[in-house]
Structure formats: C-alpha cells, structure tokens
Design a protein around this ligand. Sequence first.
Ligand code: 1HE
Length: 267
Amino acid sequence: MTLQIDTSSYKNLDIKAHDDGVWVVTLNRPTKRNALNADTVEEMVEFFAAAPRAGVRAIVLAGSGDHFCAGLDLVEHHKEDRSPAEFMHLCLRWHEAFNKMEYGGVPIIAALKGAVVGGGLELASSAHIRVADQTTYFALPEGQRGLFTGGGATIRVADLVGKARMIDMMLTGRVYKGEEAVSVGLCQYLTSGSSMDKARELARTAAENPPLSNFAICSAISHMQNMSGFDASYAEAVVAGIVNTQPASKERLEAFANKTAARVRPE
Ligand code: 1HE
C-alpha cells in the first residue's frame, strides 16, 4: 500500500506534489537564510524516509528567498550550548536525513541559488544532481567559525571536489561559483536562467524512468561505492538481475526492437 504524506504537518519544509510525480521540497526559513535548525532536520528525516514508499517519482530540493541554505543554525547552536554528546546526536540526525536522501532511491535534484555553505553544501551534496544559477556560491566556512563539518562533508564534498580542494575550502574559506564551481565538481549544471526551472526539467525527465531503475541508480551506486570492487561487482550483478528483467524494461526493449523507441542522439 502506498504511504500517504501529510504535507500540512511540515512547518519548516514547504512540500508540494505535482501531477508529473515530481515533488518540490523547499526549505522554508528564508528570514534565517534557511539555516538548518534541529526541527528542520527532523522534518527532513520524516519526509525522506517516507518518499520512497509514497510514490514520489523525483524531488526538487530548493530554498525559499535568495539563498539555498546557510548551513547549521549557528544561533540555535549558540543558545543551546550543547554538550559534545548532544551535538554528536544532532549530527547523527543530519546523517539520518542525508543518508535517506542519498540512499533512498528517489532522484533528488537540488535547485541552488545564493549561499550553499557549510551544512547547506552538505545538504546539497546529498542530492543526486546539483543545478546552480548565476547567484549560487559554495563555501565551507567551518574553519572561520571555529567549527568542523558534521553533516557528511568529509564524505560527500570530498567525493565531489577531492580531499585537497575540500581542505583548502575549510582552511581558507575559499568560495567557488560559476564555471569554476562546475569544473571542480560542486554542481553539474550552471544555468543562465532559473535553477528551479532547470531542476524541474531534469526531475521530469528522471521521473519518466521506471521507478525500479531510478531506485537502483539513486541507491545502488552509492552503496557499491562503499564496497570492495569484488563485492560491488557481485552486488551490481544482483541488482541488474532484478532491474533488467522488470516488466517495464521488457516493454521498453520491445519498443526498441520495433524501432518505435527514441534513439540516443547528440543534441
Ligand atoms: C542564520 C544563519 C545561520 C543567517 N544560522 N542564523 N554557516 C555560516 O557560517 C553562514 C552564516 N551565514 C552567512 O554568512 C550569511 O547569513 C549569508 C551569506 C548566508 C546571508 O547573508 P545575508 O546578509 O543575506 O543575511 P544576514 O543578515 O547575515 O542574516 C539574516 C538572518 O539570517 C539573521 O537573522 P536575524 O534574526 O538577525 O535577522 C541571521 O542571524 C540569520 N542567519 N545564517 C542561524 N547559519 C553539522 S555541522 C555544519 C557546520 C556548518 O554548517 S558551519 C557553516 C555555518
């Protein structure tokens, strides 16, 4: 049975389902530049845990206002005066949310603008595709704030840009934007228009794939990266055994054999 998501129960996320199966999830604290407080993280855990079982075909993740996300809610963190154990447990909730995103099997396209910094970059790097616009900039200001990453940057940002660039970003506060951000791997698309429009277009395209194929693409690849090559090749064969014999794949192969399916062409 398909899980129902009650979008009205979310306060820090604005969630809208569209007819094409694409859901738009918007961080909804623009006056705080969408800084991630503990409540927002809990809402992300809840939504991203439910999405794969709720018929969500693809997700666009965005921020309201001029900035995608200013990272950890520094004011909340300051006021709460957390103990090491309390902050560790908070970080584990961030990991819960971000792992649900990366490994959940539903394509997530991040529509970026303005600041994508600190924990905001950790969030963006948990999406499967990142789209930047002309205002988007990326940074890890943890060093300047006397902090360290706690939301998976050591894994995902290092994966995107490599260890040396990540260390440079953290030590010096280096900011990347524009074509340079694309070339170092922080985003895959840079649009002259709206990142939301481009992300919606990409999400619609992804949503047309059979859900089981998308599940494998947006879950198995990440899992396999964590395995030895030997185990990953075994797991790949098992996943391909299931995905490549599904009814939806048989229909598409029939269309290819009948010459009714689109061919792969350069644009
Ligand atoms: C915030 C936050 C925040 C803004 N936590 N409240 N992240 C950072 O080090 C980035 C901190 N933020 C900034 O550098 C700037 O705010 C921005 C570049 C994102 C935006 O600048 P601007 O001029 O548009 O806004 P502002 O005037 O700085 O802030 C507007 C309000 O948003 C203000 O609140 P107000 O109640 O005084 O109006 C700010 O306090 C609030 N605000 N950013 C809380 N981050 C798991 S570990 C992860 C570790 C990290 O993420 S470290 C990186 C933290």
